[in-house]
Write a protein that binds this ligand. Structure first.
Ligand SMILES: [Zn+2]
Length: 159
């Protein structure tokens, strides 16, 4: 049924339903915006705005308060170390996605190899912890995977 043929009552009911649905899509609450409901501007304190019913997401606030968790910071440092070692190659601006996707598969395969050597991750609690060299290899291979994923996001203009 075309919108033009709807009665005013039907249109009003549909618009109300659409508005209610939109409020179910979480909107970011930000410290820089004064922790206000992004829909109506009322101070936000819970998962839903107490005034307009907008569903709220507190992820952004949490990142603004605490910064990234320490594993993410350590991982970013490991990524940067790998990037610095490869800067002489001239960066990834001219890489296309099919090249990078192939590279991602290679790096994932390398990560799988080193993770397999960390036998204790398979639940064999009796196995001793991996030595420093092995842990460094895991960190470096994981960072390579992270870097290729980051480059893919970057060439998609998503960062
Ligand atoms: Zn609100």
């Amino acid at each position: 049924m075309a919108w033009a043929n709807w009665t005013d009552q039907q249109k009003e009911a549909m618009l109300l339903a659409m508005e209610a649905l939109k409020k179910q899509i979480p909107q970011d609450v930000s410290i820089t915006d004064g922790q206000l409901c992004p829909n109506c501007g009322h101070p936000a304190t819970q998962r839903y705005c107490s005034v307009c019913g907008q569903k709220l997401s507190w992820k952004k606030t949490s990142i603004e308060y605490h910064g990234p968790r320490h594993q993410v910071v350590q991982f970013a440092k490991a990524m940067e170390v790998e990037l610095l070692e490869n800067d002489y190659k001239g960066g990834w601006k001219d890489c296309n996605s099919s090249f990078l996707l192939e590279k991602l598969d290679e790096e994932v395969a390398e990560l799988k190899e080193v993770v397999k050597l960390c036998r204790f991750t398979e639940g064999n609690s009796g196995e001793k912890k991996p030595n420093l060299e092995l842990r460094r290899n895991v960190s470096s291979e994981a960072a390579d995977v992270g870097n290729i994923a980051m480059m893919l996001a970057d060439i998609c203009d998503a960062l």
